[in-house]
Design a protein around this ligand. Sequence first.
Ligand SMILES: Cc1cc2nc3c(=O)[nH]c(=O)nc-3n(C[C@H](O)[C@H](O)[C@H](O)COP(=O)(O)OP(=O)(O)OC[C@H]3O[C@@H](n4cnc5c(N)ncnc54)[C@H](O)[C@@H]3O)c2cc1C
Ligand code: SF4
Length: 575
Amino acid sequence: MQIIRNRTLYDVVIIGSGAGGGMAAKVLTEAGANVLMLEAGPMWDPVKDSNMMRWNYDSPRRGGSIPARQGGEYDAALGGWTLDGEPYTNAPGSEFGWFRSRMLGGRTNHWGRISLRFGPDDFRRKSVDGLGDDWPITYDDIKPYYDEVDKLVGVFGANLGPRFPNEPDGIWLPPPQPRCYEHLIRQASEKLDIPCVTARLSILTRPHNGRAACHYCGQCNRGCMTHSNFSSPSVLLPPAMATGRLQIVAGAMAREVTVDANGLADGVAYIDKATGQDNHVRGRIVVLAASACESARILLNSRSARFPQGLGNSTGNVGRYLTDSTGLGVTGFIPSMMDMPPHNEDGVGGMHLYMPWWLDNKKLDFPRGYHIEISGGRRMPGGGFGGGIQNHTGTDASGAALDFGGYGAKLKNDYRRLYGATVNFAGRGEMIPNRDTYLDLDPRTVDKWGIPVLRFHFAWSDNERKQGKHMQETFRAIIQQMGGTPMSSMPGPEDDYGLAAGGRIIHELGVTRMGSAPSTSVLNKYCQAHDAKNVFVTDGGPFVSQADKNCTWTILALSMRTSTYIAEQRKAGAL
Ligand SMILES: Cc1cc2nc3c(=O)[nH]c(=O)nc-3n(C[C@H](O)[C@H](O)[C@H](O)COP(=O)(O)OP(=O)(O)OC[C@H]3O[C@@H](n4cnc5c(N)ncnc54)[C@H](O)[C@@H]3O)c2cc1C
Ligand code: SF4
């Protein structure tokens, strides 16, 4: 096989340009390192490439999904649940979905921007309830980095006070006002003693660090032309580029990390996707940030005489302890929100209020918890809007039965009456990590470049199923308290109470986890491989547990901490 070898020796080679890779590039270039970044997708510039200003009716598909953009034709994500020529497989009985964006900035271009810190208990779960493992670091170790991420990126929110000791304070921009339907949800949930509080999203409600404030178009998933929300290409890569020390190679699919005779990484082998040609770049340090599962795949494929099971995998832990958030949603039709006079519900491209975990597990039949994300109201209509008009059932204020649908003028008028009269509740909860939920390389399947692909082994346990049942009952109770009707029937245990399959919440974590003991972990507390001191992971792989929070704010803080450590070690001559 002919390999094109780049003779330049870079201080650091980073694989991936999303949350973890972008932060590493910023910190390391600003600390003086010459960095080469390999990115499997094309370049992506939010100013030129975002569809933020398009109307759904500009397209005959009304913004519906297309194979190259499975989140919608105007969505920022290039890719989705399937990628042409890049399969993954599931072992018998396993059902795991893997969402991949292939583009500069990865999934940070269209993520939900829900930016929750983990709390003190989230780093010591085993000490709290005896399940899973504690992290090798505490909240106090990571707090300074959360603070720096808040200041750098900008996040709106509010402190929640002593009722929520596991929801840490942050450094907040002022939050936007709740929308009409959010007020109504809050009124109902508080009657059930379910707190509904200010959300925490990395969207600018004030100009911040040279970036403009949000103008409330509500289209964050399309990428933001004014850089008013967080994405790696808006916030992390520009300052790294400005140092003159970052070189980005787009369309570069990393195949493996190569090692020298001493077992240290000496570079990365990658495919140039435009030519199909094999290439090799040299680096003193390699940072994997290709997203948790892809970084594990690269390590498992990095086989050598020294590491026959893959780099970092001497104790067989690469791929183990795979987790995703538990999740499900229930939509409710709220007749009192019908026939609303036209009013402005503009806001950020996400919720202004949410519900953090509020209960005591000692009084419940399952461990850990979940938070509730709310949506609804008068969003821009698109393909599939309304979700089946005939499902809107209930009674109006006079008690008369409601009946929608049919044809012609009545149908059109029904849509007008119903516009904005639904609310949705989505639970995002914590799974207990376990060694038997994992990924490995499929011995029979390769991608279009001949690289072995991942095979997932995933199952929910009764802990998660009971959590799902509790979510269902809670969401239905709030909808009923609002005088509404759930638009789906209550699923039973045979359907896991409606829990989404593993991976579908897109918070996959933990496959290169950190720990003090090499026998049960891949990385040390600085996300540095036990096997090779110049190999680091800065995506979601190092997580020891999931928390009932979305993961990206912690990926950013951990990546900043790891990259700061690398910079210090370089300065001290230890790397
Ligand atoms: C629809 C959606 C909504 C979400 N909402 C939220 C939310 O509200 N809050 C939250 O916390 N999280 C959310 N997430 C999750 C969030 O996007 C991820 O946690 C985060 O982007 C992970 O960052 P990362 O750097 O690990 O990976 P990514 O952002 O996926 O970046 C990985 C990069 O590596 C590149 N790459 C992959 N393989 C290779 C290879 N072999 N060689 C070279 N490059 C490679 C990819 O092209 C990509 O650019 C959401 C995700 C989705 C899809
Ligand atoms: S809602 Fe705000 S942050 Fe989101 S895309 Fe529109 S202007 Fe940008």
